[in-house]
Design a protein around this ligand. Structure first.
Ligand code: FUB
Ligand code: ZN
Length: 650
């Protein structure tokens, strides 16, 4: 059990509990007047209403009408339920439990006798179940339902929720597998593999692990599986935009263990490898863990933004190629960074390497947090590193780059995904394996572990991310010593870092792969980590054409950006001289309290007073300008305005 007491994260968790969950519940019930925006200009996007709960009512026979929304609309409800489950795990709440129970009842009623659930198919096309897996998202939704049911069972011991999930898994097992007569293929969107693994961890039933393993091993063995299925189906597509996507879009171009580069739809890639890493960690299979490592290397060395965003193009919401990281047309979907965090967590179960937690922290404090406004009721789907409102309005190639978070989105996958992540943040702070406890994230919290031989408590005291000192108070009441591995963040390279245990410096030799190890025998042990927090400049590999001669700033885990509200328009004209001092200043009243970075910079003014495009002289006349940077996650909370992360450096 772990309880977060960090003021920074408590604010977020309270926001999810008090604002996001009730707000999202109203949206799912169409009980609130809001503007639902399309995530990009695309006629196919349904954006009149959510209708998600109503779809279930119709499928359950409580109401009549047609299904509305994406074919995967059900997953919005499942993710909401999962987030509610974590909220209930944290604090009992009769009202919320009543609502969540009613959702479980409704889902149970919509579940068909053979265990099948999918409101679109139940209502609209019952004869088409599992016949169009490229677009149907049936197993994607199933995976989300399994995750929600497991979380809900764990939170309130709901047998009903668990039965729904088990019945559904049974139904899927009846349709998919190597046996003759079953479908020999996988869903176009991974997720069921994650859900099945969670069901396996909860119940210990090997059949669920086996089914997850089946989906992971069949994927990509026949790259044309989906195409052939579509031809057999012969009916109009369920999602036009996906119909002619190539196998790589679905990670079906190669068997999964042979995929060395991240290809296709970014969320799908990280969900796929989250499940694979889970399976690798659970079985100890070397081949699988090597595949996960290779994929991880490709993403984090060559295809990830400094903000922890992934997905370089809107076309297919996808990865493109190594070092292709455009800042103003990218996708960087919130869900993709949430998925990257899931993946990092599973990689840590494979092996202790601080790099995984570094990426987890990068994605969490930057892209994931940017996914929602400070009010908890507005959300980004796409997280640009450079945005100019006028360009987003007038350039059709940038319709997905929004400068203000919408109240809701036609495809609402991101808001509830963020809700479930933030509400379960407790699960990411530590990784426990036998007698080793890895402290991955620095979050003021209290952990109680019932270990073999007795209880272990760890109290983390820290003002992080505001300050860099972290004190661990370990109370080991067990008979055995425990080893605490404390992460030394990658961003401290070149900055001061020290660790002491019971007042004595811990030797450098106890550092390995990003963790600093201390032993805690029976009784109490106090360990203090000191990280020097100061503003830092970053430079990208010159192969990243978009970032050449530019710098990005950070302070602790936060990546910074310039915003028009503080610096005026035309942010691309601003320059940070190489020798400019970076001054950190905490502003309590700004954006719910943020640390700003101030610097003496320059603004390039046009040399031609008539505004002509080209001239033979210097490109612009530099005039002094004070620059003020804010943490990236907090941008777009002061109305529509320009923003940029990478800034010119001279
Ligand atoms: O396809 C289901 C979800 O919708 C994906 O994960 C997101 O990228 C969005 O396309
Ligand atoms: Zn999303």
């Amino acid at each position: 059990m772990i309880q977060i007491t960090s003021p920074f994260w408590k604010r977020y968790q309270d926001l999810v509990k008090k604002e996001m969950l009730p707000y999202q519940w109203k949206v799912l019930n169409d009980a609130i007047q809001i503007r639902i925006e399309k995530e990009r200009d695309d006629d196919e996007i349904p954006n009149e209403k959510s209708h998600a709960i109503e779809n279930f009512r119709i499928a359950a026979g409580e109401s009549s009408g047609e299904h509305y929304g994406w074919v995967f609309q059900d997953s919005d409800v499942y993710k909401w339920l999962e987030a509610a489950a974590y909220a209930l795990r944290r604090d009992p709440d009769e009202e919320l439990k009543k609502t969540a129970d009613s959702v479980v009842d409704l889902i149970a009623k919509a579940q068909e006798p053979d265990g099948y659930i999918g409101t679109y198919f139940t209502i609209m096309e019952p004869d088409r179940k599992f016949k169009r897996l490229s677009e149907s998202h049936e197993l994607y939704c199933a995976g989300h339902l399994m995750e929600a049911c497991v979380a809900y069972y764990e939170a309130v011991k709901s047998r009903k929720a668990l039965q729904i999930a088990e019945k559904l898994a049974g139904c899927i097992d009846g349709h998919f597998g190597p046996e003759e007569g079953k479908i020999h293929g996988a869903d176009g969107h991974e997720e069921v593999e994650i859900g099945l693994m969670r069901l396996y961890h909860l119940t210990g039933e090997e059949k669920y692990e086996k089914l997850a393993q089946y989906f992971l091993s069949i994927r990509g063995t026949d790259p044309d599986f989906l195409k052939k299925q579509n031809e057999m189906d012969g009916k109009p597509p369920l999602i036009k935009g996906v119909k002619s996507a190539p196998p790589a879009y679905f990670q079906m171009h190669l068997p999964v263990s042979k995929q060395d580069t991240a290809e296709g739809h970014a969320v799908r890639v990280v969900y796929l490898f989250t499940a694979l890493a889970d399976l690798a960690a659970s079985t100890g299979d070397r081949e699988l863990s090597d595949a996960c490592r290779r994929l991880w290397r490709n993403i984090t060395d060559k295809r990830m933004y400094i903000t922890g965003g992934i997905g370089s193009t809107v076309r297919g919401e996808a990865f493109t190629l190594d070092y292709d990281l455009p800042n103003d047309t990218m996708y960087c979907e919130t869900c993709a960074s949430v998925g990257l965090i899931f993946l990092a967590r599973q990689m840590l179960r494979i092996e202790p390497d601080g790099e995984y937690a570094d990426v987890m922290e990068r994605a969490l404090y930057n892209t994931a947090l940017a996914g929602m406004a400070l009010d908890g009721k507005h959300f980004f789907y796409v997280n640009p590193l450079e945005a100019v409102p006028e360009k987003s309005r007038k350039d059709p190639g940038k319709s997905h780059v929004k400068c203000v978070r919408p109240q809701w989105l036609g495809c609402a996958c991101c808001p509830p995904n963020l809700a479930r992540l933030l509400m379960s943040l407790e699960d990411y702070i530590y990784t426990v394996k036998d007698s080793v406890i890895l402290a991955n994230l620095f979050i003021r919290s209290e952990l109680t572990l019932e270990a073999e031989g007795g209880r272990i408590e760890i109290r983390q005291e820290t003002e992080y991310p505001k300050e860099g000192e972290v004190r661990f108070h370990i109370n080991n009441q067990s008979e055995h010593p425990v080893t605490l591995g404390i992460r030394v963040p990658g961003w401290t390279e070149g900055q001061g870092v020290s660790l002491s245990s019971q007042g004595d410096e811990v030797l450098d030799s106890r550092r390995e792969k990003g963790y600093w190890y201390v032993q805690a025998g029976k009784g109490e042990t106090d360990v203090t980590l000191k990280l020097k927090m100061e503003p830092k400049r970053w430079h990208a590999n010159p192969l990243v054409s978009s970032d050449i001669n530019k710098t990005a700033l950070s302070m602790g885990p936060f990546v910074y950006c310039l915003e028009e509200a503080d610096n005026g328009k035309d942010l691309h004209c601003l320059v940070l001289p190489k020798d400019a001092e970076l001054r950190y200043e905490w502003k309590e009243e700004l954006l719910c309290g943020v640390g700003t970075i101030q610097a003496d910079g320059l603004r390039l003014m046009p040399s031609d007073p008539h505004g002509g495009l080209y001239c033979g002289k210097e490109t612009g006349k530099p005039v002094p300008q004070k620059l003020s940077f804010i943490p990236y996650y907090a941008w777009a909370n002061r109305g529509e305005n320009e923003m940029r992360v990478w800034i010119h450096e001279t």
